[in-house]
Design a protein around this ligand. Structure first.
Ligand code: 5RP
Ligand code: FE2
Length: 227
Protein backbone atom coordinates (compact mmCIF):
# COMPACT_ATOMS: atom_id res chain seq x y z
CA UNK A 1 0.00 0.00 0.00
CA UNK A 2 1.25 3.47 -0.85
CA UNK A 3 0.78 5.26 2.43
CA UNK A 4 0.49 8.81 3.62
CA UNK A 5 2.08 10.17 6.76
CA UNK A 6 0.42 9.69 10.14
CA UNK A 7 -1.17 12.73 11.72
CA UNK A 8 -2.18 12.36 15.33
CA UNK A 9 -4.79 14.93 16.27
CA UNK A 10 -5.90 15.16 19.89
CA UNK A 11 -9.50 16.37 20.08
CA UNK A 12 -9.45 19.53 22.17
CA UNK A 13 -13.10 18.84 23.02
CA UNK A 14 -11.73 16.69 25.84
CA UNK A 15 -9.26 19.34 27.05
CA UNK A 16 -9.74 21.89 29.80
CA UNK A 17 -11.31 24.72 27.81
CA UNK A 18 -10.44 27.17 30.60
CA UNK A 19 -6.77 26.49 29.83
CA UNK A 20 -6.95 25.93 26.10
CA UNK A 21 -3.65 27.57 25.12
CA UNK A 22 -1.72 25.56 27.71
CA UNK A 23 -3.53 22.36 26.73
CA UNK A 24 -2.69 22.96 23.07
CA UNK A 25 0.98 23.51 23.87
CA UNK A 26 1.03 20.39 26.04
CA UNK A 27 -0.32 18.25 23.18
CA UNK A 28 2.15 19.62 20.62
CA UNK A 29 5.03 19.19 23.08
CA UNK A 30 3.93 15.56 23.56
CA UNK A 31 4.17 14.87 19.83
CA UNK A 32 0.75 15.68 18.38
CA UNK A 33 0.81 16.74 14.70
CA UNK A 34 -2.52 18.52 14.58
CA UNK A 35 -5.05 19.90 17.05
CA UNK A 36 -8.60 18.74 16.27
CA UNK A 37 -11.17 21.46 16.95
CA UNK A 38 -14.84 20.44 17.11
CA UNK A 39 -17.15 23.26 16.03
CA UNK A 40 -20.82 22.46 16.83
CA UNK A 41 -23.84 24.68 16.29
CA UNK A 42 -26.47 23.01 18.50
CA UNK A 43 -28.50 22.31 15.34
CA UNK A 44 -26.63 19.84 13.13
CA UNK A 45 -25.77 18.07 16.39
CA UNK A 46 -27.45 18.35 19.81
CA UNK A 47 -24.46 20.05 21.40
CA UNK A 48 -22.86 23.48 21.31
CA UNK A 49 -19.12 23.93 21.59
CA UNK A 50 -16.82 26.58 20.19
CA UNK A 51 -16.68 28.85 17.16
CA UNK A 52 -14.41 31.30 15.40
CA UNK A 53 -13.76 33.57 18.43
CA UNK A 54 -12.14 30.71 20.31
CA UNK A 55 -10.08 29.67 17.27
CA UNK A 56 -8.93 33.28 16.95
CA UNK A 57 -7.88 33.41 20.61
CA UNK A 58 -6.05 30.08 20.39
CA UNK A 59 -4.27 31.09 17.17
CA UNK A 60 -2.53 33.88 19.10
CA UNK A 61 -0.82 31.21 21.20
CA UNK A 62 0.11 28.50 18.70
CA UNK A 63 1.33 27.94 15.15
CA UNK A 64 -0.08 24.41 15.17
CA UNK A 65 -2.28 23.05 12.38
CA UNK A 66 -5.85 23.58 13.58
CA UNK A 67 -7.90 20.72 12.10
CA UNK A 68 -11.42 22.16 12.31
CA UNK A 69 -14.39 19.77 12.13
CA UNK A 70 -17.53 21.75 11.35
CA UNK A 71 -20.61 20.01 12.73
CA UNK A 72 -22.89 22.78 11.55
CA UNK A 73 -25.95 23.01 9.31
CA UNK A 74 -24.68 25.91 7.18
CA UNK A 75 -20.93 25.45 6.66
CA UNK A 76 -20.79 28.17 3.98
CA UNK A 77 -21.60 30.76 6.66
CA UNK A 78 -18.48 29.74 8.57
CA UNK A 79 -15.80 29.84 5.86
CA UNK A 80 -14.78 33.49 6.04
CA UNK A 81 -14.92 33.73 9.81
CA UNK A 82 -12.94 30.52 10.33
CA UNK A 83 -10.29 31.59 7.81
CA UNK A 84 -9.97 34.99 9.46
CA UNK A 85 -9.71 33.32 12.86
CA UNK A 86 -6.75 31.22 11.69
CA UNK A 87 -8.21 27.77 11.00
CA UNK A 88 -5.93 25.49 8.96
CA UNK A 89 -8.27 22.73 7.81
CA UNK A 90 -12.00 23.17 7.23
CA UNK A 91 -13.92 19.87 7.20
CA UNK A 92 -17.64 20.11 6.53
CA UNK A 93 -20.28 17.37 6.56
CA UNK A 94 -21.45 15.96 3.21
CA UNK A 95 -24.99 15.56 4.61
CA UNK A 96 -25.47 19.34 4.58
CA UNK A 97 -23.54 20.12 1.39
CA UNK A 98 -25.22 17.94 -1.21
CA UNK A 99 -26.32 20.93 -3.27
CA UNK A 100 -23.40 23.33 -2.92
CA UNK A 101 -20.24 21.31 -2.22
CA UNK A 102 -18.46 22.54 -5.34
CA UNK A 103 -18.97 26.19 -4.45
CA UNK A 104 -18.10 25.44 -0.83
CA UNK A 105 -14.81 23.68 -1.65
CA UNK A 106 -13.82 26.49 -4.02
CA UNK A 107 -14.49 29.07 -1.35
CA UNK A 108 -12.54 27.15 1.32
CA UNK A 109 -9.57 26.85 -1.05
CA UNK A 110 -9.71 30.54 -1.93
CA UNK A 111 -9.09 31.40 1.72
CA UNK A 112 -6.03 29.15 1.93
CA UNK A 113 -7.65 26.62 4.25
CA UNK A 114 -7.45 22.92 3.40
CA UNK A 115 -10.87 21.43 2.55
CA UNK A 116 -12.10 18.14 3.96
CA UNK A 117 -15.40 16.30 3.94
CA UNK A 118 -16.89 14.30 6.82
CA UNK A 119 -19.58 11.64 6.83
CA UNK A 120 -21.82 10.41 9.61
CA UNK A 121 -22.07 6.68 10.41
CA UNK A 122 -25.35 6.33 8.50
CA UNK A 123 -24.07 8.01 5.32
CA UNK A 124 -22.87 5.71 2.53
CA UNK A 125 -19.23 6.23 1.60
CA UNK A 126 -20.10 6.55 -2.10
CA UNK A 127 -21.52 10.01 -1.32
CA UNK A 128 -18.04 11.47 -0.89
CA UNK A 129 -16.47 9.98 -4.03
CA UNK A 130 -17.49 12.90 -6.29
CA UNK A 131 -15.90 15.33 -3.82
CA UNK A 132 -12.58 13.49 -3.94
CA UNK A 133 -12.67 13.17 -7.72
CA UNK A 134 -13.97 16.63 -8.65
CA UNK A 135 -11.97 19.30 -10.45
CA UNK A 136 -11.61 21.06 -7.10
CA UNK A 137 -11.17 18.01 -4.85
CA UNK A 138 -11.27 17.87 -1.08
CA UNK A 139 -7.94 16.91 0.46
CA UNK A 140 -9.21 14.78 3.33
CA UNK A 141 -12.15 12.51 4.13
CA UNK A 142 -13.18 12.23 7.78
CA UNK A 143 -15.00 9.00 8.56
CA UNK A 144 -17.06 9.40 11.76
CA UNK A 145 -16.71 6.33 13.94
CA UNK A 146 -19.35 7.56 16.42
CA UNK A 147 -22.48 9.65 15.97
CA UNK A 148 -21.21 13.25 15.93
CA UNK A 149 -21.96 15.47 18.90
CA UNK A 150 -20.07 14.21 21.92
CA UNK A 151 -16.68 12.89 22.96
CA UNK A 152 -16.24 9.68 24.93
CA UNK A 153 -18.45 7.40 22.84
CA UNK A 154 -17.82 3.83 21.72
CA UNK A 155 -15.93 3.19 18.45
CA UNK A 156 -18.06 1.63 15.68
CA UNK A 157 -15.85 -1.05 14.07
CA UNK A 158 -18.17 -1.54 11.09
CA UNK A 159 -17.15 1.93 9.85
CA UNK A 160 -13.82 0.38 8.84
CA UNK A 161 -15.47 -0.89 5.65
CA UNK A 162 -15.71 2.76 4.57
CA UNK A 163 -12.06 3.42 5.42
CA UNK A 164 -10.96 0.33 3.48
CA UNK A 165 -13.03 1.34 0.46
CA UNK A 166 -11.54 4.84 0.50
CA UNK A 167 -7.96 3.61 0.93
CA UNK A 168 -8.33 1.10 -1.91
CA UNK A 169 -9.63 3.79 -4.21
CA UNK A 170 -7.36 6.65 -3.10
CA UNK A 171 -3.88 5.46 -2.00
CA UNK A 172 -2.56 8.95 -1.19
CA UNK A 173 -5.64 10.58 0.31
CA UNK A 174 -5.63 11.76 3.93
CA UNK A 175 -8.26 9.60 5.64
CA UNK A 176 -9.22 10.66 9.16
CA UNK A 177 -11.13 8.64 11.73
CA UNK A 178 -12.91 10.39 14.57
CA UNK A 179 -14.64 8.93 17.60
CA UNK A 180 -13.67 6.31 20.14
CA UNK A 181 -10.07 5.95 18.96
CA UNK A 182 -7.53 4.79 21.52
CA UNK A 183 -5.13 1.94 22.30
CA UNK A 184 -7.82 -0.75 21.94
CA UNK A 185 -9.25 0.46 18.61
CA UNK A 186 -6.33 2.02 16.73
CA UNK A 187 -5.08 -1.21 15.15
CA UNK A 188 -8.40 -1.79 13.37
CA UNK A 189 -8.41 1.77 12.03
CA UNK A 190 -4.76 1.68 10.98
CA UNK A 191 -5.13 -1.71 9.26
CA UNK A 192 -8.12 -0.38 7.32
CA UNK A 193 -5.94 2.49 6.04
CA UNK A 194 -6.67 5.51 8.24
CA UNK A 195 -3.68 7.84 8.65
CA UNK A 196 -5.19 10.85 10.47
CA UNK A 197 -6.24 9.84 13.95
CA UNK A 198 -8.46 11.98 16.17
CA UNK A 199 -8.44 10.99 19.82
CA UNK A 200 -10.02 12.94 22.65
CA UNK A 201 -10.92 11.04 25.79
CA UNK A 202 -8.25 8.36 25.32
CA UNK A 203 -5.50 10.99 25.20
CA UNK A 204 -6.72 13.53 27.76
CA UNK A 205 -7.97 10.82 30.14
CA UNK A 206 -4.66 8.93 30.17
CA UNK A 207 -2.12 9.27 32.98
CA UNK A 208 0.55 9.73 30.29
CA UNK A 209 -1.07 11.31 27.20
CA UNK A 210 2.28 11.30 25.39
CA UNK A 211 2.39 7.49 25.57
CA UNK A 212 -1.03 7.27 23.91
CA UNK A 213 0.03 9.68 21.14
CA UNK A 214 3.15 7.57 20.51
CA UNK A 215 1.15 4.35 20.49
CA UNK A 216 -1.36 5.73 17.97
CA UNK A 217 1.46 6.85 15.69
CA UNK A 218 3.30 3.52 15.98
CA UNK A 219 0.17 1.63 15.00
CA UNK A 220 -0.34 3.73 11.83
CA UNK A 221 3.36 3.42 10.93
CA UNK A 222 3.26 -0.35 11.39
CA UNK A 223 0.17 -0.75 9.23
CA UNK A 224 1.52 1.55 6.51
CA UNK A 225 5.27 0.86 6.46
CA UNK A 226 5.86 2.86 3.30
CA UNK A 227 5.20 6.16 5.12
O1 5RP B 1 -16.21 14.96 16.48
C1 5RP B 1 -16.24 14.56 17.63
C2 5RP B 1 -17.55 14.30 18.30
O2 5RP B 1 -18.57 14.61 17.43
C3 5RP B 1 -14.95 14.39 18.43
O3 5RP B 1 -13.87 14.80 17.62
C4 5RP B 1 -14.74 12.96 18.89
O4 5RP B 1 -15.84 12.44 19.52
C5 5RP B 1 -13.48 12.80 19.70
O5 5RP B 1 -13.69 12.37 20.99
P1 5RP B 1 -13.36 10.89 21.52
O6 5RP B 1 -12.00 10.53 21.05
O7 5RP B 1 -13.46 11.03 23.00
O8 5RP B 1 -14.41 9.98 20.95
FE1 FE2 C 1 -14.41 15.75 15.56
Amino acid sequence: MVGVSPKIAPSMLSSDFANLAAEAKRMIDLGANWLHMDIMDGHFVPNLTIGAPVIESLRKHTNAYLDCHLMVTNPMDYVDQMAKAGASGFTFHVEVAKENWQELVKKIKSTGMRPGVALKPGTPVEQVYPLVEGTDPVEMVLVMTVEPGFGGQKFMPNMMDKVRALRNKYPTLDIEVDGGLGPSTIDAAAAAGANCIVAGSSVFGAPEPGDVISLLRASVEKAQPST
